[in-house]
Ligand binder design. Structure first.
Ligand SMILES: [Mn+2]
Length: 242
């Protein structure tokens, strides 16, 4: 199939989350995908139906995930959550993993992946950062560097062991989920990407490539690689090559 169908759960509340999702959809379409925006509330049966229609899934940015999902009480600095979106997306992400669908997890999506594998988050990174990780004003600009592991999927896609990325997060990975590892980090050592090796294609980044492509065209390569992995002829839903 020339134009794979990629499912993206609807952003739900928050105008900025809709804004970032719009850019995700545009980047996927430019990479040659048909995008299906999925209902924000999915029942298990609806998730099964969606799996038959979609070749891959993109989990986009959004509100803080309920800390109860990683065994913590909510701290005052944790942002408001959308419990229904948390539940729906965890259900769909689990189903997509079990069915070997290619995945692209951005921002909140990366944190969701970590939690699904038993990882935890810092509920708030606090004000004392060497680099400002919540920099909404410069959301289209590369504001902090990341180091990229030469053995990672990210390195294969970007062709470089460094990158400069935007940063729109106040939470970060604390404990990495079992089966995941950190292929890219910030100078202070915060996880800026996650990788799981036991899956056809799972790309997870903390930054927002969808907002960067105008100024930093190389970030569009992430969408191209993902869409390529979603073509059934290329992936067979079981393996892929770049
Ligand atoms: Mn960052």
């Amino acid at each position: 199939m020339l134009y794979p169908t990629i499912g993206i759960p609807r952003a739900g509340k928050g105008i900025f989350h809709h804004y970032t999702q719009f850019f995700c959809i545009r980047c996927l379409q430019r990479a040659g995908a048909t995008v299906e925006v999925l209902p924000a509330r999915l029942s298990p049966d609806a998730a099964d139906t969606v799996l038959t229609r979609c070749d891959g899934f993109l989990f986009s940015g959004g509100p803080d995930i309920r800390p109860e999902y990683y065994g913590e009480n909510r701290l005052p600095a944790c942002g408001e959550s959308d419990p229904e979106r948390d539940e729906s997306e965890l259900l769909l992400l689990r189903a997509a993993l079990e069915n070997y669908r290619p995945l692209f997890c951005i921002g909140r999506g990366m944190q969701l992946l970590n939690i699904l594998f038993g990882g935890t988050l810092m509920q708030d990174m606090g004000p004392n950062q060497e680099y400002r990780h919540l920099d909404l004003l410069h959301h289209t600009t590369a504001t902090h560097p990341v180091d990229i592991d030469p053995d990672s999927l990210l390195f294969r896609i970007l062709g470089s062991d460094t990158a400069s990325v935007n940063s729109l997060h106040h939470q970060a990975v604390r404990d990495v989920g079992e089966g995941l590892w950190i292929p890219a980090d910030s100078p202070e050592g915060h996880a800026e990407a996650l990788q799981m090796d036991d899956h056809p294609f799972c790309l997870a980044v903390q930054w927002h490539p969808e907002l960067m492509t105008a100024r930093t065209p190389a970030q569009q390569k992430l969408f191209q690689a993902f869409v390529k992995a979603c073509r059934p002829a290329a992936s067979g839903h079981s393996s892929f090559s770049l």
